[in-house]
Design a protein around this ligand. Sequence first.
Ligand code: DLL
Length: 436
Amino acid sequence: MDIPYWNKEIETADRATLEKIQLERLRKTISSAIRSPFYKRMLGEVGISSGDDIKSLNDLRRIPFTTKDDLRKSFPKGMMAVDMEQVVRIHSSSGTTGIPTVIYFSMEDIKNWTDLLARCIVSTGATSKDVFQNMMTYGLFTGGLGLHYGAEAVGMTIIPIGGGNTKRQIKVMKDFQTTVLHITPSYLLHIHSKLGDVGISRDELAISKAFVGAEPHSENTRLKIQELLNIDAYNSYGLSELNGPGVAFECVYKKDMHVWEDAYIVEIIDSETGEVLEDGREGEVVLTNLVRHAMPILRYKTRDLAFLHPDKCECGRTHRRLSRILGRTDDMLIINGVNVFPSQIEEKIMQIPEVGTNYQIHVDKKGSLDRLTVKVEIYPKLFMGEASQLDALKNRIKEELRSSIVINAVVELHEPGALPVSEGKAQRVVDQRSKL
Ligand code: DLL
């Protein structure tokens, strides 16, 4: 296979070269970070007063972790490391859980971020010949503008449509013969279910690829997307604290996501002890910016759980691959004492052929016990059969779940369109226990 690269030299650099670059950039980043009140205090406490105090990459471990709470407490400017005059863009998280977190970019930061996204796009085989429909929200969310700049650098024809308005999205896909989509996986499945309503068939569309990310999804969900739409779906990972999309992305081989190690130091840690784990072991992803200076973040505890692949990728890139996000340290449900990640439930139900494209997990109480209800949409023709067939399907789903999560779940079958959909990140879990 002819492997496409955006910057072959850096993407295939050997480990010694990568580590040399990392060390240089870490020093520079620390010298920038220390200009912010937050890092001045934190680094001062561990005896680091400039980048020169970092003698080797191992010295990174002297630095304490940064948490979401630190970002919140530093709102609005506690982590800003340059004068406001040098800031050319602000992004922010929605702040639905409290105080928003804000991210500042200098012109150089935007240039560096754009370059990373161009790498991501090219690594999937997309080119300037592609028509790119960017269906992620533009605005304070990093998903829209981040990929927009990357796609522009690659020279793609961009349709900056943003999120929502499903019918229009489908029409635009047909009118401009869109070839590449950027979208959350849940919204893409919804779009597929709406093609018929708009009177447009898959054959009238030219889509061949989708960059899917911004929310957890299982390998079975990817396979479902690929099969239903006959496209290649590439996993895309990132978080606003560390720029946004472009932290890790799948290449043409689709065997998990290359982390751009000249731009980020990635560590996998045991969340409880903080111990750094070796490649192959699952733990919390911790990231350090190496090419951001308006607001660099050091050793950020993402709360995302994953592992790094120890083996090399066939594409020739040397940057290690991060597994699919397997869960979050904060999304684990405890149901009657049993630990369950929503991702385990998704993985199971999405491999059942009768299950459609949407589902939701509800947790409440029945008496003093927790009750887990898994609501799934199934294909409409199944409702036309015998009631006993529906019961059999329900039992099969229940059994599949029991074998995996060791919990007796209540299973509800719904018609397509019955469960809520989001045009951005899906809300998969509704836990009502604290409200009861
Ligand atoms: O979601 C940035 C992004 C935009 C990534 C577009 C990919 C595409 P935040 O809103 O800050 O930023 O949310 C970050 O979303 O910590 C993960 O928990 C989750 N997440 C992002 N990408 C993936 C993915 C953007 N591919 C949080 N798989 C992260 C699983 C993901 N979870």
